[in-house]
Ligand binder design. Structure first.
Ligand code: MLT
Ligand code: MN
Length: 298
């Protein structure tokens, strides 16, 4: 199995377009220790010819341009992207679907909840069902997305997409936010770009995996408040933080995980710069902070 990290930043990217927090300023200035990043999405393949896109970020076009493995490879019109699997309906997970509109056929997989959200928005009619069939996956039930490559989606604590916050409970229903277990070639990879809390069920699922790609939105829950850039905490956004007693590093410590990798990292998170004390702590805890374009081989 090959996993291409197309983008590693949270919604907004790094530097976020309107952000001048100290961290973002380093990226704006071109500091090589704080390289710019696009919004989180990964592509997975077994044979290097057919690729499954996991989430379609607003940066998808630039991500394709930056990764020759995803360029058209035959005939007049072609893309190696055969399938797109969604973990939710967040803006940073779905808007790249509109980049895939020019006649290409692929299958769109998501929870019934997420596909209903997409199909309620007429703009996604640009991906007609006869060319882009929707497959609503059952939670906790594996399906084969490519020959030999299986995906099982599971519910994780999360939040409804930003644009649906005014319409009821912030937590959403079952299927609003899912993680993916991806198996193939004898390997097991977990992809969880958004997660509001870590419980025993999640720990059990993660235990023993070859690679974990996990929500690394904020270093501290109150990071954006303290910086003065937003009134929102990580919890309010549906994201567990990296550090602290309830954080991802503590919550997942002790599990058998081949490689721990943070993704979906927010523009304010100090681990984005290679020389910060927070980066040193995360690495000492065994976590890898990847860059865009990195390829992982579980
Ligand atoms: C999130 O992960 O909290 C969202 O991507 C935020 C957003 O859509 O701006
Ligand atoms: Mn996001």
């Amino acid at each position: 199995m090959r996993i291409l990290l197309l983008g590693t930043a949270a919604g907004g990217g790094f530097p976020q377009w309107n952000c001048r927090s100290p961290n973002s300023l380093r990226a704006w200035s071109g500091d090589p220790a704080a390289p710019a990043r696009t919004q989180t999405s990964v592509a997975v393949t077994l044979d290097g010819k057919s690729w499954v896109l996991i989430n379609a970020s607003p940066d998808l076009r630039s991500q394709i341009l930056a990764n020759p493995a995803l360029w058209p490879a035959q005939g007049l019109r072609h893309s190696p992207i055969t399938d797109v699997v969604l973990t939710g309906g967040e803006i940073d997970f779905i808007t790249g679907l509109l980049t895939l509109r020019e006649g290409h056929a692929f299958t769109l997989h998501g929870s019934a909840e997420t596909l209903a959200t997409i199909d309620a928005n007429p703009i996604f009619g640009a991906l007609p069902r006869d060319r882009v069939p929707r497959h609503a996956f059952e939670l906790d039930t594996g399906f084969e997305v490519l020959p030999g490559l299986a995906v099982t989606a599971f519910d994780v604590p999360g939040k409804v997409p930003l644009y649906l916050e005014g319409q009821g409970s912030l937590a959403g229903r079952r299927g609003t936010t899912v993680g993916l277990e991806i198996t193939g070639g004898g390997r097991r990879v977990l992809f969880v770009p958004g997660c509001a809390a870590i419980d025993d069920g999640l720990r059990a699922r993660i235990d023993g995996c070859d690679i974990l790609l996990f929500d690394g939105t904020l270093w501290r829950d109150d990071e954006m408040v303290t910086l003065g850039v937003s009134a929102k905490t990580g919890q309010r956004m549906g994201h567990v933080s990296m550090s602290g007693p309830g954080g991802a590093m503590a919550g997942l410590a002790g599990l058998r995980i081949g490689r721990r990798v943070f993704i979906h990292i927010n523009t304010t998170n100090p681990v984005l710069a290679a020389d910060t004390p927070e980066r040193a702590v995360a690495e000492a805890e065994g976590w890898h902070i990847p860059v865009d374009g990195e390829e992982l081989h579980p």
